[in-house]
Design a protein around this ligand. Sequence first.
Ligand code: ADP
Length: 340
Amino acid sequence: MQMIEPNNIPYPFTLLDTLNEGICMFDRQGRCLYVNCKGMEIVGKARDELLGKNMGGPFPERLGTRFYVEAQRAIEENHPIGIEIYDSLTKRWLALRYYPSSEGLSILILDITERKEFEQRKDDFINMASHELKTPVTALKGLTQVLIEQLTQAAMTEAISLLTMIDAQIDRLTKLVDDLLNVSKIQAGHLAYDRSPVDVDALVRETTALLQTSTPTHTLNVSGATQTVIIGDKDRLRQVIINLITNAIKYSPQANCIDILLSSTAESIHIAVRDYGIGIPKTAQQHIFDRFYRVDNKTIPGLGMGLYIAHEIVQYHGGKLTVESEEGKGSTFVISLPIS
Ligand code: ADP
């Protein structure tokens, strides 16, 4: 393509000047061929400072090396890439979309500051609300336990049975508040981890046995062994196993068993949780570990936090959480952890 003169923008490029999104186009050598008005505004430079110049020169360093690294990656992989970066000078959040082609690269720049601010307010609210909820819920749990003890001594069976139901609802509430708190901590990078030896087989068998006591609908079958002790956070890993098994139960209402398979290789251990339930559509599988993501399902309630937290915990341990699933047939979630 011929270079566009800064003072002589041809039609139909002139139309792009009315857009509220920035557009920059580069040739295969990385020279800027075109930039629209919004693009100039975002970059903070005039057209004659940009056109014909190399991407590395006129584009401000404050956008960070990621700006160039991702451009290079998009060209090499010949695949569109989207990133979000913070412009520290203008204090704006920008979404960059790189579209490579055989003739060069187009970059679409969107100002997403408002969306980011809204997300931040939402995160702040979740953080504050979960902290505020934690105290009364903990108090309620304690008081219920005391009452159950007193009523047991007074042999008031009917009241005990009602209170036990209240206690179970408080446990549900506690789990929700804890999940909200964990999500907030992950977002803020503050989720604390312990490090101690963890006997994987014992942890899985204990956790499964405990869950079985409150699961009348499904038989939880554990088979295999890893015969491995890893270094990690036992409580957090237990949280991951509980989440996968309770999901397996929840999303297989028509089935009556869950299989939990332990295995290992020279480098890693694997804990597979298989259910024979509703399964997950292919298109949803790539989002399943995103925060607050739920497959469109009106009948089974949930908030889409468990798998996000589980994924984060497994990643912290240097491992991977993966899923294989077929709609209508069931799902297998696999925790793979490196042997420390
Ligand atoms: P929640 O179950 O509270 O919605 P999760 O983060 O645990 O949140 O799960 C996210 C979504 O993944 C669920 O809403 C559900 O659509 C899907 N999902 C999770 N586990 C399974 C499973 N074993 N079978 C089918 N779908 C599942």
